[in-house]
Design a protein around this ligand. Structure first.
Ligand code: AR6
Length: 186
């Protein structure tokens, strides 16, 4: 079934894929796909800011910005999750502008900054795969590989659950196929 959640055990942790809305996830931290000005916007960032309330934008303004390929952490304010990680993925420019390394880095930095705050469970959207134009299948491979690599190389970190929350059936299927290829059968 396309919308059956999928799970992969990676050492003491797990990677899950679900179809849904990231703002409804009951996890320690949710990740939003931000821009480098942390100025808010549409897509998943619009939904996260709306659900968290206006204090989230104030917190972003105090931080001032975040380079592409990196991530910063704020409180979750009105969200069910304690923290929001603001990850800045690259804009797709055809694939020869270091996009893959920058996207992998955005995931890695998100996981690092979450672990620094003892986050046990974190939920990611498909960073860069919306208005930033990164092809969904390639974005999925990068996301899964970067997460698996982090969990395998940091077995002592606080992170026990990395959940990918795909907004629609198509992106869920694309992520599920990529996970089968990258992580094995669920
Ligand atoms: N839950 C989970 N996924 C979602 C949700 C949601 N509520 N809403 C959208 N998505 P995008 P980007 C999916 O465009 O490409 C913003 O304006 C969406 O279907 O949100 O990294 C920022 O401020 C897509 O698959 O992020 C930046 O300026 C994925 O989330 C810029 O857009 C990412 O789409 C970032 O662009």
């Amino acid at each position: 079934m396309a919308d059956e959640p999928k799970a992969y055990e990676i050492g003491h942790s797990r990677i899950e894929l679900v179809q849904g809305d990231i703002v409804e996830q009951k996890v320690d931290a949710i990740v939003t796909a931000a821009n480098s000005a942390l100025a808010g916007g549409g897509g998943v960032d619009g939904a996260v800011h709306w659900a968290a309330g206006p204090e989230l934008l104030d917190a972003c303004e105090r931080i001032g910005g975040c380079p592409t390929g990196s991530a910063v952490l704020t409180p979750g304010f009105d969200l069910p999750s304690k923290h929001v990680v603001h990850a800045v993925g690259p804009i797709w420019e055809g694939g020869d502008a270091n996009e893959e390394a920058l996207l992998a880095s955005a995931y890695r930095r998100s996981l690092q900054v979450a672990a620094e705050h003892d986050v046990r469970s974190i939920a990611f959207p498909a960073i860069s795969a919306g208005v930033y134009g990164y092809p969904m299948d390639e974005a999925a491979r990068v996301a899964l590989r970067a997460s698996e690599h982090y969990l395998r190389t940091n077995p002592g970190s606080s992170l026990r659950l990395v959940r990918f929350v795909l907004f629609d059936a198509r992106s869920f299927v694309v992520f599920a196929r990529a996970a089968e290829a990258e992580l094995g059968k669920a």
